[in-house]
Design a protein around this ligand. Structure first.
Ligand code: FAD
Ligand code: N01
Length: 536
């Protein structure tokens, strides 16, 4: 299966998260020779790396799980509405064992380069252990949120205590009892970590640059009856989820905010707030496109958040005011705001008073205030959507480099393929619904399309498929037009538009047109003789 054998594989799959694991399974089912290459020492991707206390999904576990196997759906029992990281990691390992996938995984190996040989229609993949492998197809299942950001914080290298990151938390855990802990970052990771650490730490200091909107999760254990109902309804519910905007049953509202009375507005918001979770954002169809509706929803949330925070000065800092809700990735929380009512938790507003320097023993702010810290945690996010792909030296037809093609922002057709890079597929690539959807079922849909396409090529005796430039240009235009009609560019430092990474092009990367329309368009193009692709 590797370079020693000289065998040309059917496919190399880079990444062993939900996407890569399913791709290996599907390809083996088709009788293809495929191998997964994964940088980590275990499988699970996001759920292998992000082991910080409090980490869990924010799409209900009964939905945030593979849909392709009735048997797996019926055998695996989730214990909570939103599963914890260890439970999700155990689930992926359970699936890999059940499907007998272990011998197709090469772990502890990072792909450094992938080069297409035009004459033979073969990809050569080079890894950090010096090995090379060749395959007809290359599937990049490298993840949208898999490259942690190295934040440019002055003096960070001087800190002498443990420096932890949420994105590669020590697998063996770390006892922080009684310690003074600083957390930089208040995105989804920081918002989950803060309430989990506060009861353990002696003192917790949270450094916030931009406040975030978070909806209460109302997480709880799930009982047998709930599981039984889901299992009985799975085929129907999974099919219904495919017809939604985000591959998830959220009970999406069809009314706009503009067409309801104040009473109806309030009733809808209150009921969704009581249920909790991301479904809150689906109350009205125009929350992220109509500034007025967005303002009303943002105001409602601000009101609710203020009720949770005892100290008005802390509330003033914690509650976002100057950008629309949803324009920065919405968070789901369990007691985040209430955590700041504890005596051992303090908030620093580093937008107003920036960090001047990290010192050997803590953090000094611009006004001279100094916090002595035993441990510093970075919850500072990712080089999202394009980071993992641009870190691989990918060379396509005529020596074209992906980094050059994407210099001004990612270019794809359906987020699945890139012009001049034949036989390379991306799972959840930029230009697909990806991070605006249930990413497990979205990955399944991409992998199914990739596998069906390989089957088609083999059936018609062709060896290569490539996106045309015209189709790619038209798709990128469409992705931009859809994003331009929303409030998404107003999110402060939002990773959706690359604004969290200095120098990254400001382009809206995921596709906002919704999963149902996206899948219909993809199916239509495929049925129409793979419109927009060149098959040779
Ligand atoms: P990943 O899980 O990111 O896996 C990609 C793998 O590729 C990684 O293991 C990485 O090491 C490997 N890799 C990358 N580059 C290379 C290389 N050059 N060589 C070798 N290996 C490489 N999404 C949701 O829909 N719902 C949620 O509730 C949710 N919660 C999340 C919580 C956290 C903390 C984070 C960070 C993300 C969350 N997401 C959520 C998004 C999540 O990333 C996806 O749901 C999903 O797990 C992605 O699976 P994947 O296989 O596409 O990528
Ligand atoms: O990362 P983020 P994340 N100095 O980019 C701050 C998914 N996810 O890991 O906003 C000071 O959201 C930064 O400040 P600002 C989900 O899709 C899901 O939390 O740039 N601060 C921000 O506060 C999510 O959106 C879950 O001003 C700096 C924080 O660090 C995505 O992953 C859980 C800084 C980064 O927030 C990423 O979330 C976890 C600097 N130099 C993750 N640099 C679920 O709940 C950055 N920051 C399912």
């Amino acid at each position: 299966m590797d370079e020693q054998s000289g065998v040309i594989l059917d496919a190399i799959i880079v990444g062993a998260g939900f996407g890569g694991i399913y791709a290996l399974h599907r390809m083996r089912q088709m009788g293809l020779k495929a191998q997964v290459i994964e940088a980590g020492s275990g499988i699970g991707g996001t759920w292998f790396w992000n082991r910080y206390p409090g980490a869990r999904c924010d799409i209900e576990s009964m939905q945030y799980s593979y849909s392709f196997s009735e048997e797996i759906q019926n055998e695996w029992t989730w214990s909570e509405l939103y599963a914890t990281q260890p439970e999700i990691l155990a689930y992926i390992n359970f699936v890999a064992d059940k499907l007998g996938l272990r011998d197709g995984l090469k772990l502890n190996t990072r792909v450094l380069a992938a080069t297409f040989d035009e004459d033979r229609a073969v990809w050569t993949v080079t890894c950090d252990d010096g090995s090379t492998r060749r395959a007809r197809f290359c599937v990049m299942a490298t993840g949208c949120l898999s490259i942690p950001l190295a934040p440019n914080i002055p003096g960070i290298e001087n800190f002498e205590g443990p420096l932890l990151r949420t994105s590669d938390w020590p697998a063996e855990g770390i006892d922080l009892s009684g310690q003074t802990v600083g957390i930089i970052g208040t995105g989804s990771s920081g918002i989950q970590l803060t309430p989990a650490l506060a009861p353990q730490a002696g003192r917790l200091v949270v450094y916030q640059r931009t406040p975030n909107y978070a909806i209460p999760a109302h997480n709880r254990p799930i009982d047998e009856k709930y599981v039984r109902t889901w299992r009985a309804q799975y085929p129907k519910r999974r099919a219904a989820a495919r017809m939604t905007r985000n591959n998830t049953l959220n009970n999406a509202g069809y009314r706009t905010g503009a067409e309801v009375t104040e009473d109806q507005f309030r009733t809808e918001m209150e009921s969704r707030w009581a249920i909790g979770g991301i479904a809150f954002m689906y109350g009205f169809s125009d929350i992220t496109s109509n500034p007025e509706t967005n303002h009303r929803v943002s105001e409602f949330v601000r009101e609710k958040l203020a009720e949770k925070i005892d100290d008005p000065a802390v509330a003033e800092t914690l509650i976002p005011k100057d950008y629309p809700i949803g324009a920065k990735r919405i968070c789901v929380d369990s007691n985040y705001y209430e955590t700041f009512n504890r005596d051992n938790v303090e908030l620093r507003d580093i937008q107003r008073t920036p960090i001047e320097a990290v010192t050997a023993s803590g953090i000094r702010l611009a006004d001279g205030q100094e916090d002595r810290l035993d441990v510093l945690v970075l919850a500072t996010g990712f080089d999202a959507m394009t980071g993992a792909l641009k870190r691989i030296d990918i060379t396509g037809r005529a020596g074209r480099k992906l980094v050059d093609e994407w210099e001004a922002g990612p270019l794809t057709y359906f987020g699945l393929g890139v012009a001049h890079f034949p036989n390379m597929f991306i799972v959840a690539g930029p230009g697909s619904p990806s991070v605006f959807s249930n990413m497990v079922t979205s990955a399944e849909q991409h992998v199914d399309w990739i596998c069906d396409t390989i089957r088609h090529l083999d059936a018609v005796g062709r060896s290569s498929i490539e996106v045309t430039e015209d189709a790619q240009d038209a798709w990128v235009r469409h992705v931009n037009e859809v994003a331009d009609a929303t409030l998404m560019f107003e999110g402060k430092n939002s990773w959706y538009i690359g604004a969290n990474v200095p120098g990254k092009p400001r382009v809206f990367m995921p596709y906002l047109g919704g999963v149902a329309d996206y899948l219909a368009a993809l199916e239509d193009a495929t049925r129409d003789g793979y419109r927009g692709f060149q098959i040779a």
